[in-house]
Write a new protein. Structure first.
Length: 107
């Protein structure tokens, strides 16, 4: 089943759908109050997120470091972001992105 990238006013989601109409229906079901801006079929059956594009440039593994900071902060996002900034020297925005992207893994 192909992957579709669906951009709404607040989200970009990747959905496995049979066709564009099904991808639009997926977005409208999950985010009914948002306007769909763009729907495009991905050229392959994989989705890749570039760490460089997210601004993650470090010799430290950002994911394990973020999870360690979340554990030390007992799941408190703000405290985890501060710990991540201290540990890696990353700026606030980069630290927030890394910590938030790892919160879904158990926090």
């Amino acid at each position: 089943m192909p992957l579709f990238e669906v951009e709404t006013t607040s989200h970009i989601m990747i959905a496995c759908a049979g066709d564009e109409a099904a991808a639009r229906a997926f977005a409208q079901t999950n985010y009914p109050s948002e306007e769909i801006i763009r729907v495009s079929q991905r050229p392959r059956d994989a989705w890749v997120i570039s760490k460089t594009m997210l601004g993650i440039k470090s010799d430290v593994d950002p994911c394990s470091t973020a999870r360690e900071c979340l554990a030390n902060a007992a799941g408190d996002k703000l405290h985890a972001v501060r710990l991540y900034m201290q540990k890696t020297g990353a700026d606030l925005e980069q630290s927030r992105k890394v910590v938030e992207s790892n919160m879904s893994l158990g926090w």
